[in-house]
Design a protein around this ligand. Structure first.
Ligand code: AMP
Length: 397
C-alpha cells in the first residue's frame, strides 16, 4: 500500500510517497510559493532523480495537481496512476484538547481543525485548505488521516500542563501547555523502546533543531514537555527566545511602545541563537564563530545548552529518575559538541558518554559507554513514517 504524507503550510506543501510494504520512501518534494502563481514551483526527488519546475499554483488544488503530475509523469515518475495512492496522511500542528491520537478526517474533524486555528493561526487553516484540496483532486473516496503534533502530549497530567494564571483563562480560552514536535518525541521514544526491548522506561527525548523541545516520557507516555501554548516556550532555539520572565515582555512593550505583533516577531524570529550571537540562527555558524573568538556567539551556544541541561535535570526529577536520554533533530543528531556540553552538565544523573561514538553524525547509535547507568542514544527522527504508519493502521481498520 502506498501512502502520501502531507505537511502543508499556507504557502508551501511538503510531500512524501511511502510504500508501506517495507516502509520505503519512493519520492518526496516541495511545492513552494503557493498563492503567488507567477513565482510558484515544485521540487521533486525520486531516488537520484531531481526535477524542478515553475508551475503556477494559485491555490493548494493546483499544488496537489503538480504533485500528481510529478509522481506520474516525466523523469521523476514513480507510479502510473494516482489510484495507486491508497490513503493520505496529514501532519496537523494543533489538535488542542480534542485529539489524543490520529483520526480519519471527516467533516467534523475538518471543522475542529479549522476551529483550533485560534491556537495555531499560521498552521491549522493551511492544513484544512490542503485537506479540502485533496478531496477535490484525489476524490472523496481516498481516505485522509490527521496526525496531530500535540497528540502525544495529551497524556500530561494537569499539574504539568496548567499555567499558574487565573483559572478562568483556561476555561475561557483553553490556555494551557499543549507542546509540539509530539510526533517526533513519540517516534524516537517508541524506537528506543523497540531497540531496548522495554517500554517501561523513564526517557528524556531531546528534539533539537531550529525549533527545539524536550519531553519526559514515562512508560511510553508523555508526562511533561517544554513547549507550551505555542512552540515559543521551553529553552532558546534558533530564532525563538524560549521561556523567560513574562515581565520582560511587558517591560519592553512599555519602554519601546512595541505592539503585540512586533513583540511576537521579536520573540519568535529575532531571538534565540540569532538574537544573542547576532551571527546566525544556524548552530553550525554560531559554533564556528564562537570558536573563532566571537564572544556573543560563544555565549549563545553556552546559553542554549545550559538551558537544555537544566531541562534534562528537571525532567529526571519529574519522573523520579531517568533510564535513557535520546537526541534527535538537526542539532541532536549531528552536533557532538552540544551533546557533550549537555552530558557534562548532567553527568551526575549517572551516564558516561563514549567520546568516539559521540563523534558519529546522523546515525542511530548508542553513545554512552557500556557500563553507563543511563543510556544515551542518537535516533534520527522520522515523523513522516509515523504519520504513514498511523494512516495505514486507521485505514486498515
Ligand atoms: P532541523 O530544524 O531539525 O532541520 O535542524 C536545524 C539545526 O540543525 C541547525 O541549527 C543546524 O545547524 C543543525 N544541523 C543540521 N545539520 C547539521 C550537521 N550536519 N552538523 C551540525 N549541525 C547540523
Amino acid at each position: 500500500m502506498k501512502i502520501l504524507v502531507i505537511n502543508a503550510g499556507s504557502s508551501s506543501l511538503k510531500y512524501q510517497l511511502i510504500d508501506m510494504n517495507g516502509e520505503v520512501l519512493i519520492a518526496k518534494g516541495l511545492c513552494d510559493r503557493i498563492g503567488v502563481p507567477e513565482n510558484s514551483n515544485i521540487e521533486h526527488k525520486a531516488g537520484d532523480v531531481k526535477v524542478a519546475k515553475d508551475i503556477p499554483m494559485p491555490t493548494h488544488v493546483e499544488a496537489f495537481e503538480a504533485v500528481i503530475e510529478a509522481l506520474t509523469t516525466g523523469e521523476g515518475k514513480v507510479i502510473d496512476d494516482i489510484s495507486e495512492i491508497s490513503a493520505i496522511g496529514h501532519r496537523v500542528v494543533q489538535g488542542g484538547n480534542l485529539y489524543g491520537e490520529s483520526v480519519l478526517i471527516d467533516d467534523k474533524v475538518l471543522a475542529d481543525i479549522e476551529q483550533l486555528a485560534e491556537l495555531a493561526p499560521l498552521h491549522n487553516p493551511a492544513h484544512a485548505l490542503a485537506m479540502r484540496a485533496c478531496r477535490k483532486v484525489f476524490g472523496e473516496n481516498v481516505p485522509q488521516v490527521a496526525t496531530f503534533d500535540t497528540a502525544f502530549h495529551q497524556t500530561m497530567p494537569e499539574k504539568a500542563y496548567m499555567y499558574g494564571i487565573p483559572y478562568e483563562y483556561y476555561e475561557k480560552y483553553a490556555i494551557r501547555r499543549y507542546g509540539a514536535h509530539g510526533t517526533s518525541h513519540r517516534f524516537v521514544s517508541g524506537r528506543l523502546a523497540e531497540l531496548l526491548g522495554n517500554k517501561d522506561l523513564r526517557v528524556i527525548t531531546c528534539h533539537l533543531g531550529n525549533g527545539c523541545s524536550i519531553s519526559a516520557v514515562k512508560n511510553g507516555e508523555c508526562v511533561d514537555t517544554s513547549m507550551g501554548l505555542t512552540p515559543l516556550d521551553g529553552f532558546m532555539m534558533g530564532t525563538r527566545s524560549g521561556g523567560l520572565d513574562p515581565s520582560v515582555v511587558t517591560y519592553i512593550m512599555e519602554k519601546d511602545g512595541t505592539s503585540p505583533a512586533e513583540m511576537n516577531s521579536i520573540l519568535n524570529k529575532k531571538s534565540g541563537l540569532l538574537g544573542i550571537s547576532g551571527v546566525s540562527n544556524d548552530s553550525r555558524d554560531v559554533i564556528a564563530a564562537g570558536e573563532a573568538g566571537n564572544k556573543r556567539a560563544k555565549l549563545a551556544f553556552e546559553m542554549q545548552n545550559y538551558q537544555i541541561g537544566k531541562f534534562v535535570g528537571s525532567y529526571a526529577a519529574a519522573m523520579g529518575g531517568v533510564d535513557a536520554i535520546v537526541f534527535t533533530g538537526g542539532i541532536g543528531e549531528n552536533e557532538s559538541r552540544a551533546r557533550k556540553y549537555i552530558a557534562n552538565m548532567t553527568e551526575f544523573l549517572g551516564f558516561t558518554l563514549d567520546d568516539e561514538k559521540n563523534a558519529i553524525r546522523g546515525k542511530e547509535i548508542e553513545i554512552s559507554t557500556p557500563d553507563s547507568k543511563v543510556k544515551v542514544w542518537v535516533i534520527p527522527t522520522n515523523e513522516e513514517l509515523l504519520i504513514a504508519r498511523d494512516t495505514l493502521a486507521i485505514v486498515s481498520k
